[in-house]
Design a protein around this ligand. Sequence first.
Ligand code: 5U1
Length: 670
Amino acid sequence: MKKPDEKIIKRVKELRDKINYHNYLYYVLDNPEISDAEYDRLFDELLNLEKQYPELITPDSPTQRVGAPPLEEFKTVRHAIPMLSLNKANTEAEFLDFHRRVKELSGLSDREINYVVEPKFDGLAVELLYQEGILTIGSTRGDGITGEDVTLNLRTIKSIPLKLMTDNPPSIIEVRGEVIMNKDDFEKLNRERLQHGEQLFANPRNAAAGSVRQLDPNITAKRPLRMFAYGTGRVEGIQLRNQWECIHYLKDVGFRISEYVKLCYSSEDVIAYYEEISSIRDDLPYEIDGIVIKVNDFEIQHRLGELSRSPRWAIAWKFPPQQETTKIRDIIVSVGRTGALTPVAVLDPVRVGGVEVSRATLHNEDEIIKKDIRIGDTVIIQRAGDVIPEVVKVITSKRTGNEKIFRMPDTCPICGSKVERPPGEAIHRCTGMDCPARIKESLAHFVSKGAMEVDGLGKKYLEQMVDKGLIKDPADIYFLKKEDLMKLDRMGDKLAENLLSAIEKSKKPSLTNLIYALGIRNVGYHLAGVLAKTFGSIENLAKQEIEDLLSVHEIGPVVAESIYNFFRNPRNINILNKLRQGGVVLPREEITTGERPLEGKTFVLTGALDSFTRDEARRLIEEKGGRVSSSVSKKTDYVVVGKDPGSKYNKALQLGITILNEDQFKELIK
Ligand code: 5U1
């Protein structure tokens, strides 16, 4: 075996320091200084040298995060100092009670007590032991006294330093914090799991905890986990005097800490902070469920001491629950534009996170059976961000015996046609092509933004048009006359004329919009764009065989089949012919390999735009190769600001990120 000379040893050290530094910039500060390719070059050079000179490999080398074999089981670790849990306050009055107790027990006045406050992350609490600056053991909180040894898994998380960034590390420091998964990453992971037929994670916390408590570190390594440090356990070799100093020390030696950590000088400051964090909660990229308030001074903390499992010097002030308990009055079935039947729970109205909820989706029959949901059940419902509320679980102890089991209907509740559940699918579908519910939904889709874009033709008018027999399919819109429109409720001369001119204006759609408008199952706006660019015209697309469709990069067998079937259905061909007769221009587009001028650019959207919904703006950006993120960081390239922007706007200003108003955005995506 070759012996490394001085030069090699020096280079290996240099590479490690450089990689660790760039890792820190990327994963902790979200502010990379070099390109991915450059980073990869450094990493490969180190890997190569370590391969040639294995004796130079050290456990803290950045190459040593992955590759450990799966474990049979986790060992347990006893925490040197118990990992306490937090007492909770649910209201301002409860927080003020805590503040009063702190004053009484410490004998100090308002002025003399400072608090360090930060968001309460909704993840998995962990502890990392560093000996002489090197990460040696990582464990879960467990029951607070003993946890599981998840060292190999925690080593794969790039925001956890394998070696502290200091030349003068303490002999011992136990760093405590929370492992979390960002909301975007969680959704992406669940989408992938759905595709692979794997069980979905219920929320980002479960996804983070499930990923850390994984026996195979190679799986953990593939999960997008992050850690926020918020405190210490045993510390030997340095003196930290207060929480503020502690958290900034952790930051200095390479940990990610909350960017919202704040020193408050009064209870009023804390209350204002609570309000501020509540207001930005939904904009944060990760889930939080409250704020944590800690007496700053360690001396005072010590004076206050602990109750059996929680300190007297800290409290978690929780946000109102996003989950609530209510009763299912009934289960109804809604019919979508593809005929999909969705069971929906009709609830006793209840406020969840400040919003009144009276319906919750039950997704499909399998979900109802899995959760054993019955009419009359008392259930826990949950609302997360913008998503439709859903039933989390049934409280079976509240059953009276009068609950009714729900079965999906055999016939469509709207048109009476037979309902089928195609083999291998979880969805029941109405087979009636003339089902008014299907027609109304597909019409609403047909005229919407991103499709034919008929301004002013809302769902209420479309429903009346169908009910009065004025239209049966989307193409009928182009044969409407003023006297037809005048038959609708709340229709006047001027309005009818405006509608007719909007219909006229919509006759020249882009090919992407037209393909999207047709409502081919599994073809969203993005894919419509791909089809437009690949095939150039509806006529050409309609001719393609399954194999031709499959040769398109983004098309798999399910999508290929639905496109193929769509154009073999005489009903759809008839609609296309009628569209032509009605004056709609079936456009031709140059076949291109797809320009992606926004490739590599990250956008954040905030506030309401006049011309697009969020989804439409997102589609336009993605179509041009860009990415949309839910939060502003130094990595953001553009923040698109509409009316009443949220805190993302302020953050963009602070970070000096390019801000686009709606017109500038339109110009960019033109
Ligand atoms: N952010 C934060 N979360 N959290 C949880 N800080 C924090 N501190 C904790 C816990 C259980 O405990 C110490 C106050 C003991």
